[in-house]
Design a protein. Sequence first.
Length: 192
Amino acid sequence: MSRAWLPIVIAVSTLLLTAHLRRGWIPHDEGGLGESAEWVLEGGLPHRDFDELYTGYRTLAVEPDELITAVTVPIPDRAAVPFFRKVGTRRAQSISKMVFCGLLEAESAGRVMLARLAFGSMAPVPLLAAGAEAALIGAIPSRRTASAARAALASDLSPIDDIRSERDYRLAVAGNVLEQFLRAADSRFARG
C-alpha cells in the first residue's frame, strides 16, 4: 500500500473508533478462554470476549446486526507453556468426553504469573476454571499447589451427565488432565 493512503486509513480508523467508544466500548478487557481469544464483530460493539460469547447450548450473544468477522488470539510470551488435550473414545472422529486448553507462565523468580484453564464438553458452554487459576497465580509450583488447583475444580466445573460420560467421570478426568498439564509445564508441580 502506498504511503499516500496512510492518512486516509488513520482518519477512517479514528472515526470508527470514536463511534464505537461513544457506544460504551472500552478497548481494554481481561481476555477470554484458554488463550484469551476475542471475537471481532461487524455491527454493534466491535469485539466480545470469548467467555461472553456463549450464553447457552448453540446460543451466542450476537445481535441480529452483528457478524463474527474474525477471532483474535494474542500471541503468548515465549516463556508461556500451552497445552491441549481431548479425551474421547478414539483419537479422531469421536465426540469429546472432555476437552482442556491451558496456558501457564512463570516469572523469573518462579511464581506463576499467568494461568488460563478452559474446559469444553463439560457443560452447554465452554468453561473457565477461575478458582483453579486463582490457586495457581502467585504460587510457587509444587505438588501442594497442584492439589489446591485440582480441588478448586469442584467449584469451577459442574459437568453434565449425558450419553458420552457421567459427571463424576468428567470431573475426575478434568483433574487428571489439569495435573498432567501442570507437570508438563513445570516439573516442580510433581515435587513436594
